[in-house]
Design a binder for this molecule. Structure first.
Ligand SMILES: Nc1ncnc2c1ncn2[C@@H]1O[C@H](COP(=O)(O)OP(=O)(O)OP(=O)(O)O)[C@@H](O)[C@H]1O
Ligand SMILES: [Mg+2]
Length: 290
């Protein structure tokens, strides 16, 4: 299989054929995944990764078989938040076995592949001038490889943690047309709402249903009400997760807050969000999946 470094100039090597074959492999790999959900926000730092890790953990506590794909290739945090950093990936002839968190959440992240803490992911562009346009293409290629090569096994849900940026959803929907739903995360600030409103428009423009809005770090700022944004855009408010330093500390330790401090308001909110997601997916599983 050719990798991104080889793709500049086909040289008669049938890259198109290889991509088609990889997409077919991706489709087969995901055939046993009941629902693929993307966690998105145009705004950075709002808690997409925190919500992803805890939603996945809460779904696992409820008995669901869950995987997490860290689609943030340059700032991967899922291995850290789910406590699998440093675990070895088991590579077999045709697949990579993702490590599992203490609750059994299977995790695939660029963080598990890069050799050291200080090593960033870089794309080899034919010239630095082209590196910007190159990056989008290479990101899509890398994610396609991730999805095609990871042996998730049978899952009830695969939760995808996206990097910030409203446009990032398009990369995922190009690879997984039958996404079961998107979850949009915001902070209670005008600045966040300004950007997230656009993210909701993009999410609503896709084929996948918008499962709802999560207000994270609720109470931290005296900002606008997420319920108003949800009502104005016609989506559900899945819940409000209060600002809680203990939640950030648990993420830093790689522990799922929903089981570390289940009685806390933040854990209860996250568990409630997971319940809503389970209900929404139970009613409307992704098209084309069993
Ligand atoms: N409700 C909360 N209370 C306290 N700290 C939080 C809360 N939610 C997230 N954090 C902390 O805020 C920081 C940013 O959160 P996180 O990494 O989940 O955001 P993100 O949206 O994924 O960021 P990026 O856009 O860079 O991917 C992290 O250190 C996280 O632990
Ligand atoms: Mg993140």
């Amino acid at each position: 299989m050719k990798k991104y470094k080889d793709i500049a100039g086909d040289g008669g090597s049938n890259v198109h054929g290889q991509v088609a074959e990889q997409l077919e492999r991706l489709r087969r790999r995901l055939a046993d995944v009941r629902a693929v959900i993307a966690v998105v926000s145009g705004k950075g730092g709002v808690g997409k990764s925190t919500v992803t890790a805890n939603l996945a953990s809460a779904l696992a506590v409820a008995g669901w078989r869950v995987g997490v794909l860290d689609a943030d290739l340059n700032g991967p945090t899922m291995a850290k938040m789910l406590g699998v950093r440093g675990e070895r990936l088991v590579v077999t002839a045709d697949a990579v076995e993702p490590p599992a968190s203490a609750l059994g959440v299977r995790v695939m992240s660029m963080d598990l592949l890069l050799p050291g803490d200080a090593t960033p992911l870089t794309w080899d562009a034919p010239s630095q001038d082209e590196s910007y346009t190159w990056r989008g293409t290479m990101e899509a290629n890398a994610l396609r490889e991730f999805l095609a090569d990871t042996r998730w096994g049978a899952l009830d849900a695969l939760v995808i943690d996206l990097p910030p940026g409203t446009d990032r959803l398009a990369t995922i929907t190009a690879l997984i047309p039958d996404l079961a739903g998107t979850i949009v995360v915001t902070l209670p600030s005008d600045v966040s709402h300004l950007v997230v409103r656009k993210s909701i428009t993009v999410a609503q423009g896709g084929r996948a249903p918008v499962l709802g809005l999560v207000e994270n770090m609720a109470g931290l700022f005296p900002g606008p009400d997420a319920a108003t944004l949800a009502a104005e855009t016609g989506i559900a408010l899945l819940g409000r997760v209060p600002f809680d330093p203990a939640l950030a500390a648990a993420a830093d330790r790689g522990e799922p807050f929903v089981t570390v401090a289940p009685a806390s308001a933040a854990a209860r909110a996250l568990t409630e969000i997971a319940t809503r997601v389970r209900e929404a997916l139970g009613r409307a599983p992704g098209p084309g999946r069993s």
